[in-house]
Design a protein. Structure first.
Length: 150
């Protein structure tokens, strides 16, 4: 009996999936924008932490756009991807999709760019490893981040 091979971990991308719960609803019956922003920050942090291995601080969330509401019971998928690094910072693009978990299509609801800075235990910035895009998709996103977000 052979040991199954382990797929290589893409340390530049993280995906969270879960069902939207009633505790995240606003008075209009949709997921509260603040809850969504919290999920975005958590997903970006997880993505950056895997690559950096250090404490991180969110510096900014740019160009957040709420395209359509997320309903309670929707399957929510947040995908965070490193698109660029600076000396101590990382740019993480987060896209959010949601839809009916019973086989419905997941539609994009939100996307934004999160900038995080790596810090030491005293809160001082520390260098991060350089992100070098390897796939065509990574290269496209990296170029896009430099033109769209700056």
């Amino acid at each position: 009996m052979s040991t199954p091979s382990i797929a290589p971990l893409d340390r530049s991308e993280t995906t969270f999936r879960f069902l939207a719960e009633p505790t995240s609803v606003n008075f209009g019956g949709k997921v509260h924008g603040g809850a969504l922003m919290k999920w975005i920050d958590e997903t970006a942090y997880a993505c950056a932490a895997v690559l950096v291995g250090a404490l991180l601080r969110t510096v900014s969330v740019g160009n957040i756009r709420f395209r359509r509401p997320i309903l309670v019971g929707n399957l929510v998928e947040l995908r965070a991807r490193v698109v660029a690094t600076g000396r101590t910072s990382m740019h993480i693009h987060v896209s959010v999709h949601a839809g009916d978990p019973k086989g419905g299509e997941l539609l994009q609801t939100t996307d934004c760019l999160v900038v995080m800075v790596a810090v030491n235990e005293n809160g001082h910035p520390v260098p991060v490893p350089a992100f070098v895009p390897e796939t065509e998709e990574q290269k496209r996103r990296s170029v896009s981040s430099n033109t769209r977000w700056t």
